[in-house]
Design a protein around this ligand. Structure first.
Ligand code: HEM
Length: 458
């Protein structure tokens, strides 16, 4: 790769960086170092650098304006394009991988399903399921928090996104399979025993078998499953076109997307609130002030503690809660980067971003290096309350433009409900010394963090 090219008399400069060894590029470093690979490169080369990853020359871009330009340039200068391992594992019909009209239709359907009315209708249910798990956790001496959050949010997503009840033992196995699937999404697409890709394909095949069994045992026909699955093809309206593989792929994509992201963020909420008692106190004060949290621990005849039920409307009154959830997503963004293919060469900060290269939008890098705020690495929800300053904060945890996360409002509501129930019902303590997070593929504990929950009402 020549650093300088001449085209139409114009000098074109590729961003700084290194392309590694032929064919393999720097993929092995990336697989070993994960998020640190990008951090080190950014420190060395700045916000735009080139490398060669997973079979393609790649440019990683960070910085609010740069990222905005790419996100809003979908289908004009870039198009969503994930590495071959991700494409094969999610399937060409998944929302993440599909493009053009097919993508637009599926996305529209999914967003229609996840309407404000749908969210409002299920607030009680989201609350109940959070309470169910919090009670279970408080009854144990300690719990492995990441595992438990995965069980909770897979259960929640299965019930409300795909109308599927999963038994506890199936959920445990699903948790293991989703973990193998996620851990090996970004890898060499070599389908041979011992390779990560092979393990992920097997995990997905087993997941689909489990979903098929659950669907069959439910006695429902496929068109009785929630309309969200129609997003994956007109098949469910027209039985002759019903495609079982697409139906099971759709369940996998939705459950994986929801449980991976929500469990990761919920663990970060638990961790960051435990680490920042001042923030937790301030959040509890807000809950008390707005009558979401009673200071009276006496249970009434209906089993309530005088806590105000959460609704889609009254949760909006909780401004500090909003700041806390935003700050968790800013300091530890769930998705570190989004992948695109360049369909039309363009320039950024004077560098050429050539056609056919891959561009990775650095979400984490952009948040971490935000020069418009003080100490961007610090967890400080109060920064969101300072008048006038918030619109300049780099904040794109859900991406943007045509590829914006369709689960954004669902995720924010579920996370807020979980956080309110957590704070008003429990105290908790991390039992692991020096807990550390690993950031790739999504933030999660390094090792098994144990957490002890105490019910506030015992
Ligand atoms: C904290 C929670 C979540 C975060 C931070 C998050 C983040 C993201 C981001 C950054 C993208 C854009 C990727 C890109 O630009 O290529 C995305 C896409 C997507 N998300 Fe989420 N997500 C979350 C929860 C969910 C949930 C609950 C669902 C399911 C309802 C979901 C379904 C999807 C789908 C289907 C896409 C692909 C959209 C497309 O390609 O147009 N996400 N998510």
């Amino acid at each position: 790769y020549k650093v300088l090219e001449e085209e139409e008399g114009e000098t074109k400069t590729l961003p700084p960086g290194s392309m590694g060894i032929p064919v393999i590029g720097e993929t092995i470093h990336f697989i070993i170092q994960k998020a640190d690979f990008f951090r080190q490169k950014r420190q060395k080369y700045g916000p735009i650098f080139k490398t060669h990853l997973l079979g393609k020359p790649t440019i990683r871009v960070s910085g609010k304006e740069n990222v905005r330009r790419i996100i809003l340039g979908e289908n004009k200068i870039v198009q969503s394009s994930y590495p071959p391992s991700v494409q094969k594992l999610l399937g060409s019909k998944s929302i993440t991988i599909s493009c053009g009209e097919q993508h637009k239709n599926k996305k529209r359907q999914l967003m229609k399903f996840l309407s404000p009315d749908f969210l409002a209708q299920h607030v009680d249910a989201f609350s109940e399921i959070s309470v169910e798990y919090l009670k279970k956790w408080s009854d144990c001496p300690s719990v492995e928090i990441y595992k438990e959050c995965r069980l909770l949010f897979t259960d929640l997503a299965a019930r409300y996104l795909v109308s599927m009840d999963i038994a506890a033992e199936d959920n445990l196995r699903m948790k293991e399979l989703f973990q193998i699937f996620s851990d090996n999404l970004f890898t060499f697409p070599v389908n041979l025993p011992g390779f990560g890709f092979h393990k992920a394909l097997r995990a997905k095949a087993e997941l689909k078998k489990m979903f098929k069994k659950i669907v069959e045992q439910s006695g429902k026909s496929s068109n009785e499953f929630s309309s969200v699955l129609e997003a994956y093809g007109a098949s469910m309206n027209d039985f002759s076109e019903f495609n079982e593989e697409s139906f099971l792929d759709a369940i996998t994509e939705l459950l994986w997307n929801a449980s991976e992201t929500l469990s990761s963020t919920a663990v970060c909420v638990i961790y960051l609130l435990a680490k920042n008692p001042r923030v937790l106190r301030k959040l509890c004060s807000e809950l008390q002030e707005k009558e979401f949290m009673s200071t009276n621990s006496t249970q009434d005849a209906s089993g309530c503690y005088g806590n105000r039920p959460i609704t889609a409307k009254n949760v909006l009154d909780l401004h500090y809660l909003d700041c806390v959830v935003k700050e968790v997503l800013r300091t530890v963004p769930t998705i570190g980067g989004a992948y695109r293919k360049v369909i039309e060469s363009f320039t950024l900060e004077g560098y050429t971003i050539p056609k056919d290269w891959r561009v990775v939008i650095g979400i984490r890098d952009t948040h971490e290096n935000d020069i418009s705020i003080l100490d961007p690495l610090e967890f400080n929800p109060d920064r969101w309350t300072e008048a006038g300053s918030t619109s300049s904060i780099a904040f794109l945890p859900f991406g943007g433009g045509a590829r914006v996360c369709p689960g954004k409002n669902f995720a924010k509501l579920v996370l807020k409900i979980f956080t309110v129930e957590l704070c008003r019902r429990c105290d908790w303590k991390l039992l692991t010394d020096n807990p550390e997070l690993t950031l790739f593929p999504t933030p999660r504990p390094k090792g098994n963090w144990k957490v002890c929950f105490f019910s506030k009402f015992h």
